[in-house]
Design a protein around this ligand. Structure first.
Ligand code: HEC
Ligand code: HEC
Length: 215
């Protein structure tokens, strides 16, 4: 934790943290993914992952997704994409830029290995009867029949509806641009606004599965 440091020193720290240090860091906060999750690593306590993503990586049920049990490679790619600005988000950009590549790997491995725990479900919001068929037609091939994820797309089941809708909107308006072949851009731009919300509510209500095998 760096809270005691002077602002100028913090600024210097920020500058060095932005360069990717390839050699293993001997900083005691970067030794394990769990320490980063609890402490925020170089970014400091206000960026401790647990404060937004929950003590067990279950998410906050609103805008911060579940991390527990997501594929390690996916988690690592997202942090890289936040740092590069391919996935714009002010908080996650700062969090990701403070972590070097070793730290991103260790915190990704930590969350990927955590057991999947669902948030207590709020009162289920109504989903149109046609939504499961829309999901099966347009999303299932990459995200799996029950949103459990496949090698072609990450798990979506049990993620907060607000979060899922935000991602789809970001793709519709080309704000999130980190899908290699623009598969999500095309999918999202073909959806009507009401379909975005119906699909997000549908997926949020599916209980997340225990961790899929790493890919
Ligand atoms: C202040 C709150 C906050 C903190 C602290 C925070 N996050 Fe996040 N995180 C978010 C929000 C909000 C999002 C969703 C952003 C978006 O819409 O793209 C997110 C998204 C993510 C994602 C994308 C997940 C996915 O399914 O695509 C990853 C990975 C992630 N965070 C990892 C971390 C890690 C690791 C830490 C700690 C080092 C951390 N976050 C700290 C709020 C936070
Ligand atoms: C051709 C494959 C493909 C299809 C079809 C597809 N997706 Fe995706 N989806 C992906 C990939 C790949 C990603 C991850 C991109 C990245 O690396 O960030 C993704 C990511 C997402 C995310 C963000 C997840 C997160 O944790 O941030 C959401 C939400 C999503 N897809 C919803 C949908 C919905 C809803 C449909 C159907 C309307 C759909 N997808 C159809 C491949 C696909």
């Amino acid at each position: 934790m760096r809270l005691f440091l002077m602002p100028t020193l913090l600024a210097a720290l920020l500058a060095t943290a932005c360069t990717d240090r390839m050699q293993p860091s001997d900083d005691r906060w970067s030794r394990g993914g769990e320490l980063i999750a609890m402490s925020g690593g170089e970014a400091g306590a206000r960026y401790a992952c647990v404060s937004c993503h929950g003590a067990r990586g279950e998410g906050n049920g609103f805008d911060a997704p579940r991390l527990a049990g997501l594929p390690a490679g996916y988690l690592q790619k997202q942090m890289q994409d936040y740092a590069l600005g391919l996935r714009p988000h002010d908080v996650m950009r700062d969090v990701a830029r403070f972590l070097d590549s070793h730290e991103r790997v260790s915190v990704a491995n930590y969350y990927a290995a955590l057991p999947v725990t669902a948030l207590p479900t709020a009162a289920a919001e109504a989903v149109p009867a046609t939504t499961p068929a829309l999901y099966a037609r347009t999303c299932q091939q990459c995200h799996g029949a029950t949103g459990e994820g496949t090698p072609l797309g990450p798990p979506l089941a049990g993620q907060p509806a607000t979060y899922l809708a935000q991602q789809l909107q970001d793709w519709r308006f080309s704000k999130r641009r980190n899908d290699g072949n623009h598969e999500m851009l095309k999918v999202a731009q073909a959806l009507k606004a009401e379909e975005v919300h119906a699909l997000s509510r549908h997926l949020a209500q599916i209980p997340p599965r225990p961790a899929a095998p790493a890919r």
